[in-house]
Design a protein around this ligand. Structure first.
Ligand SMILES: [Zn+2]
Ligand SMILES: [Zn+2]
Length: 379
């Protein structure tokens, strides 16, 4: 089945701003609320579709990736969303999580009700170090994430051989028990089910009733061009599996870009110090400078250039993460004093120096200032 465009799903114009997207999603969530859709078998699928679209469009980085590459941006990342497991019972609970997110306590007491034993899996953080060249071009990176995934043996239920978990008899599925202590009634986690609200008579032998097992997973992640240190890429549903068919957590990839031997980066601009010989700086000429794409650019050095002179190469910087062109590259000339001179070079330089004095007998403006300073001190 072809995936619908995320903007179409939420019914907003392409490139709509964050506030519009959030508003459209709220409206969809209200419309598809399970309490209002008991006779609409498609509500769950529609809600999931809207949810997936919102997960992407509310996140600046993902939205940018989607605007650039469409669904292909998440082919390996988002994939099956929450995965094939556990989609049945947890619609309402996933929904109420989202709802709480959006509307705060608006839903009131719903949360305290009977629990299904399902718990959302943890979010995972993955630190990814990349080179500046890769940040420039963007890349597809395969990462290995140690995580827990739904147990295949019991389909994530935690119960052996298809047997159903039972509502906990101690707490009646509430996950909590009350005890009288003096004047107070205290509520504590049910000791029988550890707050899950369910007990399992025959726990699955593979996962010992947790419904998930530890595993290493390989994920192919699309790193968009222009990322920088601190960029966070969220892969919804690629985190830790939930307990007993609970929703899967998310995976956050934190980017760190290595410093580069040649280029310093400031947002989308790059800076590079380029050595230039004393003769070239004085006479003018052309030099070749490296560019981040691995190529080279020829740059004209004007006659009489001093150390520190900056020149700009337009659009030779880093691409902007959210599209809209590239930054510039600035090069700064560093005039090199010649060292390890041969006697011939020495001779020539001495001659050169002598000619310089004859050529410019008054000296530079600096020396003129020094002279008038000394003169003023004498008087
Ligand atoms: Zn199992
Ligand atoms: Zn219990």
């Amino acid at each position: 089945m072809a995936k619908r465009d995320y903007y179409d799903v939420l019914g907003v114009a392409k490139g709509a701003d964050a506030a519009t997207i959030k508003k459209a999603y709220r409206a969809k969530a209200k419309e598809l609320h399970p309490d209002r859709n008991s006779d609409n078998p498609n509500a769950e699928a529609q809600f999931k579709e809207a949810n997936e679209a919102y997960e992407v469009l509310k996140d600046e980085n993902k939205k940018a990736a989607y605007d650039r590459y469409g669904h292909a941006a998440f082919e390996n990342g988002m994939g099956g969303g929450g995965g094939p497991r556990g989609q049945q019972g947890d619609f309402a609970s996933a929904f109420s999580d989202v709802f709480d997110d959006l509307f705060g306590d608006f839903m009131g007491g719903q949360r305290g009700g009977r629990r299904s034993g399902a718990q959302r899996g943890n979010d995972l953080r993955y630190n990814l170090r990349i080179n500046l060249e890769d940040a420039y071009s963007g890349m597809q990176k395969t990462i290995t994430v140690p995580t827990s995934v739904g147990c295949d043996a019991c389909n994530g239920t935690g119960a052996e051989g298809g047997s159903e978990p039972q509502t906990c008899p101690t707490c009646n599925g509430m996950g909590k028990v009350r005890a009288q202590q003096g004047f107070f009634t205290v509520e504590r986690t049910c000791p029988t089910c550890s707050g899950m609200g369910q007990t399992i008579k025959n726990p699955c032998k593979t996962c010992h009733g947790a419904g998930r097992v530890e595993k290493e997973r390989s994920l192919s992640v699309n790193i968009p061009a222009g990322v920088e240190t601190g960029t966070r890429i969220r892969l919804a549903g690629e985190g830790e599996a939930g307990m007993r068919s609970g929703p899967t957590g998310d995976l956050y990839i934190f980017i760190e870009v290595n410093s580069h031997a040649l280029f310093e980066r400031e947002s989308t601009n790059l800076f590079c110090r380029v050595p230039v010989s004393m003769a070239t700086a004085a006479l003018g000429g052309e030099i070749e400078v490296p560019t981040i794409d691995g190529g080279r650019s020829r740059v004209k050095v004007p006659e009489g250039s001093q150390s520190g002179r900056q020149m700009r190469l337009r659009s030779k910087g880093m691409p902007a993460l959210r599209g809209g062109g590239s930054g510039d590259m600035f090069i700064e000339l560093a005039v090199e004093t010649p060292v390890k001179l041969t006697s011939r070079q020495r001779e020539l330089l001495k001659e050169f120096d002598k000619l310089s004095e004859e050529n410019n007998p008054q000296g530079s403006s600096f020396f003129k200032s020094v002279k008038s300073f000394w003169d003023s001190m004498k008087s």
